[in-house]
Design a protein around this ligand. Sequence first.
Ligand code: TNX
Length: 454
Amino acid sequence: MSSIIPAPVSRTDSPGTFTLTSATTVGGEPAVAAYLSAALGLTTAEDAPLNFVLGDEPGPDGYTLEVSAAGIRVEAATAAGLFAGAQTLRQLAPEVPFTHIEDYPRFAYRGAMLDVARHFFGVDDVKRYIADIALLKINHLHLHLTDDQGWRIQIDSWPELTKKGAASQVGGGAGGFYTQVDYREIVEYAASRFITVVPEIDMPGHTNAASVAYPELSDIPVEAYEGIEVGFSSLAIRSERTYQFVDDVVREVAAMTPGPYLHLGGDESLSTTDEDFLYFIGRATAIAAKYGKTLIGWHEMGRSASLPVGTLGQYWSFLVPQEGAAEHTVSFVEQGGRVIMSPADVAYLDMKYDDSTALGLVWAQGPTSVEASYSWDPADVVPGIRDEQLLGVEAPLWSETLETIDDIETMAFPRLASVAEIAWSPRAEREFAEFEPRLARFVELLDRLGIKHG
Ligand code: TNX
């Protein structure tokens, strides 16, 4: 049987297939019709047997798909729902079984994160990753834009950030950055795939590159960094200039970001005292909140009890929460926010698959097999954080060891398929033995599309 990842909520097949050929015409909602006809080599027409219809839907972002001898009809209340239906069709094509599918996601936020700071990836690479992740109904791309090794986004009011702070990366390469025009191009391309870009400016740690550009941002002298250690940098917490920096950067990033979210990092600030960390988070989040975005922080930000109401927490500890992680995560919910789950030992795409994997790291409890990436549930990780407290799930890809788009794809696929199914499909009866043959079919699709996988 032709298979779908993430598994739909319900599917009832009947005998027969509808075959898509280059003569098949596609009509209805123009953006999704154009996307699918380009992807499958079909033709668009007004009155077509394959039709994308705006109407009712079974749930937010959901769609219904009806396939019979008469044709193929996808119906949803939004274009995003129709696009999800188009992804289902991409996986069933070209011999689409007669079927009735009702489908909608378990979680609103289904994310992938790309670290463009440790190694820089150009606009075309990012667009390719966006096209790839759309296949799995991922709808958020979190861009980790700044870190010790490089500052990757042009900020007009602080020009040295990219003049000086972008010219380095892990291992000594040239680095690079996005102009604001580049960034908008990424955002627009993502929007064409119904993906929202979530920019991250990580602070107060992970800020060595910013201080290389503007030494007054640090209390200690710094130089460009090409290694992979973490936790050694901090902004100058008691300097007013630091808060001017936060204000200017957040204002400009918010202005070029149409999506509702802005991620302020807050992780691994190991060179910042507890008192300074709390002081900084209180001030920086209050400044950032002026620009109208819902803020996100890595779970350590939950150490602060004075976050703007509704701030979201991103959990990156293990399936068994390490010291403080559960408590810090619950703190976001106590302050009116929700949680994005990214347990490092199962959802980090930069962990090696096994000891023989050339790329990747192993710090998160050793390698992460495809089976391990599938065999967990976000509602079982932190006591007190169940579906209602969860906004969703995200799979981060850190790039200390990754230099090319092939490296990115090799680590992301097929494990991103596991995380995407966890984020979309109903929890009931999820089982690796049932997933494995469907995954084999998805890997065939990756091969047809020339997408690398591990
Ligand atoms: C931890 S997880 C980090 C990153 C590293 C990553 C490598 C988190 C919030 N921070 O700085 O790149 O491990 O896997």
